[in-house]
Design a protein around this ligand. Structure first.
Ligand SMILES: Nc1ncnc2c1ncn2[C@@H]1O[C@H](COP(=O)(O)OP(=O)(O)O)[C@@H](O)[C@H]1O
Ligand SMILES: [Mg+2]
Length: 260
């Protein structure tokens, strides 16, 4: 089976000489088409570094990285073909305050030269998918934090990438909104069949969302354990009270305490 993402001995150093930081030790990982993988670990274990390298925002010091079977870097240059398969969502929605929700969502399309009518149609389709239909003409400041993150997800999906990369996308939201967004993200993922790699330091978020959890440990960042989460889908928030969920969460809690 071909992989959506494949990392081979990917490694990252920041700086040089005695000041050098070994952010990520040589790492191998393959993410399957349509898989939901969560990167979990304590602060500073290299989650963001790893995700930014997959997203083409940061060049690996060494190693090979393929996205949809295309090399992401070639001779220090990012490859557009691979990049077009990637959409990114960060902790902050990063919407432009002077653009309507619709124009924010369609901005990547505008940059690609897509015409107004087509952009508007795509934005409509996406606001519906992420559950903010009717808010197309509003300003970002008129939306709640959760709704702004929905818009950020819609924007990341605007050019229909196969892969969605998310760095603590719900980390700034209150606990109840976060639960709702986890349910919504599961639904969006099941509807669109994207491949998702999501970073979190929340054990419960990881177990709720993931097909597979990649637990990272720090100094230097590296993969400690990979855990399958076999609970059937769609998962309701009630799975959190179930035995499977509790068992996996407990194991992760103990392992995190050992490696932090
Ligand atoms: N631009 C940078 N320059 C120097 N060190 C960095 C830089 N970015 C991250 N680091 C270091 O790399 C390590 C991993 O950081 P990061 O990937 O942000 O971890 P996480 O997202 O898991 O909290 C940390 O020790 C951090 O201080
Ligand atoms: Mg981080």
């Amino acid at each position: 089976m071909s992989s959506a993402i494949s990392l081979s001995r990917i490694e990252k150093w920041f700086g040089a000489g005695t000041e050098a930081v070994h952010a990520l030790a040589p790492t191998d990982l393959a993410v399957a088409e349509g898989e939901f993988v969560v990167l979990l670990g304590p602060s500073g274990c290299g989650k963001t570094t790893l995700l930014r390298m997959i997203g083409g925002l940061l060049e690996p010091t060494r190693g090979a990285l393929k996205v949809e079977d295309k090399e992401l870097w070639s001779h220090g240059v990012r490859q557009g073909q691979a990049l077009s398969e990637l959409g990114m969502v960060f902790q902050d929605a990063n919407l432009f305050p002077w653009l309507s929700i619709e124009d924010n969502i369609a901005l990547p399309l505008e940059l690609k030269g897509v015409g107004t009518a087509e952009r508007r149609a795509k934005a409509r389709e996406l606001t519906k998918l992420v559950g903010i239909s009717g808010f197309e003409k509003r300003w970002p400041r008129e939306l709640s934090g959760g709704m702004r993150q929905r818009a950020a997800i819609a924007r990341a999906l605007s050019y229909n990438p196969k892969i969605l990369l998310m760095d603590e996308p719900f980390g700034a939201l209150d606990a109840m909104t976060r639960d709702t967004m986890n349910l919504e993200l599961q639904r969006i993922w099941m509807e669109t069949r994207k491949t998702i790699v999501l970073v979190t330091h929340s054990i419960s978020e990881a177990v709720f969302l993931a097909d597979r959890i990649v637990l990272l440990s720090p100094r230097p960042g590296r993969i400690d354990t990979i855990i399958d989460v076999p609970m059937p889908r769609p998962r309701s928030l009630d799975v959190q009270a179930g035995e499977d969920f509790q068992e996996i969460a407990k194991m992760l809690r103990h392992r995190l305490a050992e490696i932090s």
